[in-house]
Design a protein around this ligand. Structure first.
Ligand code: EPU
Length: 453
């Protein structure tokens, strides 16, 4: 495969729909394919910045977040080329350059990925500018861990009007870090910075999500020396030079679980090609306890509602290997159809139940609480956050006009509209493009009665 020409532009055309009419009440049935994990692919793209030779990333989905990161890379002089059919991204980072602040600002949009450009850009250019970050409105989503980590490595952080300017006048040196919470982003920040910092870095209380393990695999292919010990300790020995990589992304286990929950909520039957059992075990246990049936083969997983009533359940979201916070929202829609009282205790984000208001407007009975309705008191227990939900079911859902609040909440609203009797109007659908590839086509493949308005 030839590397892309310098300056070549990647243009990803994603489904551009903002208002959708959904005629609900029909089971979703059929087959869809999930490709690479959104929450890995973007990080692997950033890692390509560190390679002095070209990189190739396979199984890349056509989603807005990929488009944003590709654009940011191009602004920094990286040549990026995308082949949709094979989902192959190619990068040439041999001429990394400083980008204009205004361009970065304009391009980054709602993405939170720019914060991860810091380490690689400091190594390649000696400075980085990070615009104010967006992302889903699911809590404060601060970047204090990130900034502390960068300072620990020796970076100087200067907060400016439109963002943060970061320099490393004396270079970056390995350090000992202990995270207050096993944050995914902060662990990635440490990895992407430590691999080329001078000396050794030790990271305690690291996140160990499968997407992080895949990022470590990429970095090892590039020449990094990283070991993962027991008890969430990651050790990195800095090296002088990293080369490009060739890698195939792990599948998107959040998207796979979203479609699985859609099958439950609509009494459907969906084969998710590309879904893999090992990283979904916690979800699969829950799916089974709720009353869903799944069949696993080498190519994917079939998820179905076997008929009859679903069971209520108690769930606490957690870091890996716990029940992912991103699995919670679509499953809550299915739980509105389960008999009895289900409890969901959200322990990763303090404010991730905003989407339930619209579900209540459609006939669901979901009550949110400030208290920890779980086995353990979490970080949010003594604070003022509605982070537990009690869902009474089964309740009949009826059509409504809905405005999509964020990526996962938005997908949940869509599922609710598909499960509901009548015709719903769902506005702000465009947000779903951030993380669900070709979701309009997939809905059509599953027999959903939807149209753009
Ligand atoms: N946190 C801080 N300070 C920081 C960083 C994090 O207090 O500097 C807190 C957060 O506020 C949150 C907790 O730590 O309460 C965990 O956040 P984490 O850093 O793990 O999340 P993230 O890296 O920002 C990624 C995914 C999220 C996913 C979480 C948890 C990406 C781009 N995003 O976010 O995905 O929910 O890990 O698994 O990888 C999504 O896909 O819809 C999504 C939100």
């Amino acid at each position: 495969m030839t590397p892309p020409a310098q300056g070549e532009r990647l243009t990803i055309e994603v489904d551009m729909v903002d208002l959708m009419r959904v005629r609900g009440g029909n089971p979703l049935r059929g087959e869809i394919t999930v490709r690479g994990a959104k929450n890995f692919v973007a990080k692997a793209m950033v890692a390509a910045l560190l390679g002095e030779t070209p990189s190739v990333l396979r199984n890349v989905p056509l989603i807005r977040d990929v488009d944003v990161v590709a654009g940011l890379l191009r602004l920094h002089g990286v040549a990026v080329d995308y082949d949709d059919a094979g989902g192959v991204l190619q990068f040439d980072s041999s001429n990394v350059e400083i980008a204009h602040v205004r361009d970065i600002d304009a391009h980054a949009g709602s993405s939170r990925i720019p914060i991860l450009f810091c380490g690689p850009l400091l190594h390649r250019l000696g400075e980085a500018f990070i615009p104010d970050l967006g992302g889903c409105h699911i809590g404060d989503r601060p970047i204090d861990y990130h900034l502390r980590i960068l300072r620990d490595f020796g970076a100087v952080v200067d907060k400016q009007e439109r963002g943060i300017h970061i320099t490393a006048p004396r270079g970056l040196t390995g350090t000992k870090i202990e995270l207050p919470y096993p944050s995914v982003g902060a662990t990635e920040q440490t990895l992407l910075t430590a691999v080329r910092a001078a000396g050794k870095t030790q990271l305690k209380n690291a996140a160990i999500e499968p997407e992080i393990m895949d990022l470590i695999a990429v970095l090892q292919k590039m020449g990094a020396v990283i070991s993962v010990d027991t008890d969430r300790v990651i050790r990195i020995e800095g090296v002088d030079r990293l080369t490009g990589y060739v890698h195939t992304s792990l599948p998107d286990r959040i998207e796979a679980a979203s479609w699985a929950s859609a099958a439950l909520a609509t009494s459907g039957d969906i084969y998710v090609r590309g879904a893999q059992q090992p990283d979904m075990m916690t979800y699969l246990n829950t799916f089974r306890k709720v009353g869903g049936v799944f069949e696993i083969d080498d190519e994917g997983i079939r998820f179905l509602h076997p008929g009859g009533e679903l069971n209520s359940i108690v769930i606490e979201t957690d870091v890996h290997p716990g029940f992912m916070t991103d699995w919670q929202q679509p499953l809550v829609v299915a739980l509105t159809q389960a008999r009895g009282l289900s409890i969901v205790h959200e322990t990763v984000y303090e404010n991730r139940f905003g989407f339930t208001e619209a579900l209540n407007g459609m006939g669901a009975q979901i009550q949110v609480y400030r208290e920890c309705l779980g086995q353990l008191e979490c970080r949010f227990g003594q604070r003022n956050f509605y982070h537990s939900a009690a869902i009474s079911g089964p309740t009949k859902l009826t059509a409504a006009e809905i405005v999509v609040p964020d990526l996962r909440g938005g997908f949940s609203h869509l599922i609710a509209a598909l499960a509901a009797e009548g015709t719903s109007l769902v506005r702000g659908i465009e947000q779903i493009n951030r993380g669900y590839e070709h979701f309009m086509r997939k809905l059509a493949a599953l027999g959903a009665d939807v149209e753009m308005v």
